[in-house]
Design a protein. Structure first.
Length: 115
């Protein structure tokens, strides 16, 4: 998987530009469906990542890119990763991409790109 370009609002992976948050699950890229987490928006001031979403748990490491730091990750997500014995990395998206490039094997990701 080639991460070619990232700027606030878009990310280019393998020649395709995405203008929305993406989920990388075992090499497949899809749009993050954040609607299940919208119910928590008022408490965080931003739609957080919650366990209500389809999180790509089939991995040994999960990288969450928080954009410029704006994406809150709920404690339940952190607890669930620990329960599943998945190494969780929560980083600004630029650093998350660097972590993915460095060690992509057995790694899934959720990348916030819109802010």
């Amino acid at each position: 998987m080639r991460f070619e370009k990232f700027s606030v609002g878009s990310i280019r992976i393998d020649g395709t530009t995405y203008e929305h948050d993406v989920v990388i699950d075992r090499g497949k890229i899809s749009k993050r469906k954040k609607k299940p987490s919208k119910q928590f928006r008022d408490a965080f001031g931003h739609t957080p990542l919650s366990v209500e979403e389809k999180i790509p748990w089939k991995c040994t490491r999960l990288v969450i890119g928080t954009g410029t730091g704006a994406l809150p990750v709920m404690e339940e997500v952190k607890r669930e990763a620990k329960r599943r014995k998945i190494k969780l990395l929560v980083l600004p998206t630029t650093k998350a991409i660097a972590a993915l490039k460095k060690s992509p094997d057995e790694t899934n990701a959720i990348l916030h790109v819109t802010c």
